[in-house]
Design a protein around this ligand. Structure first.
Ligand code: ZN
Length: 303
């Protein structure tokens, strides 16, 4: 699943391509929005909110309410601008099946430039009044990539309060919960747990410095937002040395040479988190709250 940094990056490129242009084609291939006619609407901006992508539109007639075209990349979604995939390390940049197109936009700028943006496999496509965005997204936790993050300490404080509200919850699940803080996906949760030396199944309360965890999450997402290849190791480890544990099942831990383990942590109450795999080092991450070695990995799958 794309992480917040990927969504932010795709938004920035889409914003650059579309902001200020007038739509000449708007084809929404989802039943709920298929009849919407947005031709002649102007794209005001494209903005991320956590892992949600918002295309804000200004109506051609004064007085009509501004609208937002909402979508979510979920597992496999990707945007192509002018035929080129907005590459990321999360999703394949290869050719996509035209039957998976969900949004097709063409837009013309004042200077005559024409842009084409196609969304493949995106989910939750909705057209709503811009004024109603909060109704849709208001329950999201603070966005780790919110441009106001550094100036507005209340964002960090909210993330910390949300984390502290469920001290017994496994940290590896709390991190994925976009209502606690928005932007962390499967890659960052494995990497953050490793960097904080936390077993993913350990309770939130095992993190003795939650502020350091939140700060690190914010910093990693920000560092990677403009990169095509995500790096959490500081980039000092050479080729194939971008990540500490994610996807490295059976390989040696870069710190202690123990074999990295692969496991699953499921939480049925959160859609999309069932059986999401994660990776960890059983030695580096054997601190407080880690399950006894006999109990971990719980399903014993290794790679
Ligand atoms: Zn290790």
């Amino acid at each position: 699943m794309p992480e917040g940094d990927t969504v932010a990056r795709q938004c920035r490129i889409l914003d650059h391509a579309l902001a200020g242009a007038v739509l000449t084609v708007c084809d929404l291939r989802v039943p709920r929005a298929a009849t919407a006619d947005l031709v002649d609407w102007t794209v005001r901006e494209v903005r991320p909110r956590g892992k949600h992508l918002l295309i804000r539109l200004v109506p051609p007639v004064p007085g009509a309410p501004p609208m937002t075209l909402h979508s979510h990349l979920m597992m496999d979604g990707i945007w192509h601008v002018d035929g080129r995939a907005l590459r990321s390390s999360d999703t394949s940049a290869g050719p996509r099946d035209p039957s998976t197109i969900r949004i097709a936009l063409e837009a013309r700028h004042e200077d005559g430039r024409e842009m084409r943006a196609i969304a493949y496999d995106v989910k939750q496509v909705k057209l709503l009044r811009t004024a109603d965005e909060e109704q849709l997204l208001g329950s999201l936790g603070p966005d780790l990539l919110d441009p106001a993050w550094d100036e507005d300490p209340s964002l960090r404080e909210r993330a910390l309060a949300n984390l502290a509200a469920e001290p017994e919850r496994p940290i590896g699940l709390a991190m994925l919960d976009q209502h606690i803080m928005a932007g962390i996906g499967n890659i960052y949760r494995s990497e953050l747990c490793f960097l904080r030396r936390l077993h993913p199944a350990a309770p939130v309360s095992a993190e003795k410095d939650p502020g350091a965890l939140v700060d690190l999450a914010h910093r990693l997402l920000e560092l990677n937002r403009d990169r095509e290849v995500r790096v959490t190791t500081g980039g000092m480890l050479g080729r194939d040395g971008d990540l500490w544990v994610y996807g490295r099942g059976g390989k040696q831990c870069r710190r202690c040479r123990t074999r990295i383990q692969r496991d699953e942590l499921a939480e049925p109450r959160l859609e999309g988190t069932e059986a999401r795999v994660l990776w960890f080092c059983p030695r580096c991450q054997a601190g407080p709250g880690a399950p006894a070695p006999s109990a971990a990995p719980r399903r014993g799958r290794r790679r």
